[in-house]
Ligand binder design. Structure first.
Ligand SMILES: [Zn+2]
Length: 349
């Protein structure tokens, strides 16, 4: 494993398992045609990250990608998903992560110390994350159960509406101020997460939702997989005002590798050079400081830049950062140090 193992803010490998694209054993053996498996993680220095449990909407993702190569787009958000349907997916998501551990692909981590120990290990460090909290009940009983099972991070919404609030649609060009923020129930969810020390993810919230979380939470503000709006004016990206709030809370941002959130033209097209990622990096470091920027690849859920390709291509990014003047100290922060700091601060251990 490299000197700079990557802890990554977001991936969707679990969804691949739930869809039957790959089994836990195949992930361990390196028989996955997606972005992440164990042998490629080792060769690329992918030490682990937040593994999202996500409930997909019915519909064809390819159609959405087709729409997102146009010069401007506004993808209608899918219908609300019912609690019952979400619960089935979410239960199977937890089981899939436990299968990955049994198969020897990951080590499930519940503390920052466990993440730090697991990062250089052959198994990937995996933190359980829920992206879109449709399966959480109003009394938060399941939230407590899942926290005991290892849940350490949660996004109240994945873009589509939930009982907790309104997310940000996939719209370009657009600022993130796209509608109302959290509901009263959503505000109670943030307070409950605070009590349990579950990280609240701002990615996919709209501007008012982010403001709501900022008013309520006592934890650092974190966007696990989002980019700089000043470089790519996409609704999913963070404005300078939002970045300033994140800096003031001593939180952080994980740079998203999704082509449409990186490219200044907002197109879902992977053919471009990494200097565009460096523009986001520069802007985020300038706004947030060196201690508040990390990575949040969206591997297995997004079209990533061709020069990276999958998790075995992370050395290309490390090399690009090095050529850009990033020294060893800052490289350690960007690849994992900043995440460890913020997780420790959020979880208290
Ligand atoms: Zn996402």
């Amino acid at each position: 494993m490299t000197k700079f193992p990557v802890f990554d803010g977001h991936n969707d490998l679990v969804l691949r398992l739930l869809r039957g694209d790959v089994t836990a054993e195949q992930v361990t053996e390196g028989l996955h045609d997606g972005h992440i498996d164990k042998p490629r993680a080792q060769s690329g220095g992918f030490g682990g990250g937040m593994f999202a449990i996500f409930v997909p909407s019915p519909g064809n993702k390819a159609v959405r990608h087709e729409e997102m190569i146009k010069p401007a787009y506004d993808i209608p958000l899918p219908e609300i998903v019912s609690e019952v349907e979400a619960l089935d997916w979410t239960d199977r998501g937890f089981a899939a992560l436990e299968d990955l551990e049994t198969a020897g692909a990951v080590r499930l981590c519940r503390t920052a110390a466990e993440v730090e120990t697991a990062l250089p290990a052959p198994e990937m460090a995996a933190v359980m994350h829920i992206e879109g909290a449709e399966a959480v009940d109003r009394e938060f009983e399941r939230l407590h159960t899942w926290h005991a099972r290892g849940l350490r991070s949660l996004g109240p919404v994945w873009s589509r509406d939930t009982v907790w609030g309104h997310g940000v649609p996939f719209r370009y060009p657009s600022d993130p101020d796209t509608g109302p923020g959290l509901t009263e129930a959503g505000k109670a969810l943030i307070r409950e997460c605070n009590q349990l020390k579950i990280l609240v993810d701002l990615s996919h919230l709209n501007e008012k939702g982010v403001d709501d979380v900022a008013r309520i939470t006592d934890a650092p503000l974190v966007a696990t997989h989002s980019n700089a709006w000043a470089v790519c004016p996409h609704s999913r990206n963070l404005t300078d005002r939002q970045l300033d709030m994140i800096r003031d809370s001593d939180g952080m941002v994980g740079i998203n590798f999704a082509s449409a959130f990186l490219r200044p033209d907002g197109r879902m097209d992977a053919e471009f050079e990494l200097d565009i990622m460096l523009q986001h990096f520069d802007h985020l470091v300038q706004r947030l400081g060196e201690d508040r920027v990390g990575l949040g690849s969206d591997f297995d859920g997004a079209l990533v830049p061709a020069p990276i390709g999958d998790c075995s291509g992370l050395p290309a990014l490390v090399e690009a950062l090095r050529s850009h003047g990033v020294d060893d100290g800052l490289m350690a922060k960007i690849t994992h140090g900043n995440w460890l700091r913020v997780l420790r601060k959020t979880w208290g251990a």
